[in-house]
Design a protein around this ligand. Sequence first.
Ligand code: NDP
Length: 241
Amino acid sequence: MGRLALVTGGTRGIGEAISIRLKEAGYDVAANYGNNDEKAKAFYEHYGIPIYKFDVADFDACAAAIAQIRKDFRRDIDVLVNNAGITKDNTIHNMSSDCWHSVMETNLGSCFNMCRNVIERMRENQFGRIVNVGSINGQAGQYGQVNYAAAKSGIHGFTKALAQEGARFNITVNAVAPGYIATDMVRAVPEKVLEKIIARIPVGRLGEAPEIARAVEFLVSDDAGFITGSTLSINGGQHMY
Ligand code: NDP
């Protein structure tokens, strides 16, 4: 295969499943994380996928890490999956400016920080695959999540604009919009709220991280070369866009 994939937030949850799936499909994979050293170390020891700790909200840190990854693997990044994300939920009248800005910078600013630092080489190489992880809550909105919904909604616009810029360089840019997936992020939701959420999902269950990973694997494959600027909803029928 000989292609290098970088997955942000690639050591836990959905990102972990994407890293593993791409490795199984024959990619060289570099997995980023932000804070959880213990989990990242266990991930590295189990799967042997190199890990890179840096803050995706920090442009200079992204630039430095991408340069290091290129050096370590002795090649350019062919596939970028912008998956890292956080929630800091609150109703707007209780939301601090920090909660707004940190979610915007981590979830949306990161897409700029990462893409800006890989795009020139992708253009030169006449090949690139970018997948941004959006959310059902960026499509439909969600009570208590103006920050998260705005950032994720922004990802969908970002994807379509960059897809237009990348198209003639054989760079595809797509998004996936997961519904509720059984990861730490969703397990943090109070049980009673979770029961109500599941009741609204037509298939009657949460999604599993590998179900998102398989869609990402397809979108970055050669078979998906004619798909760009699209958002694939993976939500058990909860929101039909
Ligand atoms: P998790 O909380 O399980 O994992 C988040 C990952 O992102 C972790 O690896 C974390 O690193 C990393 N991360 C967070 N902030 C930063 C940062 N500043 N710099 C670098 N890495 C960072 O989340 P999920 O797997 O549930 O979610 C993954 C993506 O999918 C997110 O973008 C989320 O918004 C989106 N999504 C999730 C849904 C769900 O139901 N779970 C539904 C819809 C969208 P560390 O381990 O160090 O903390």
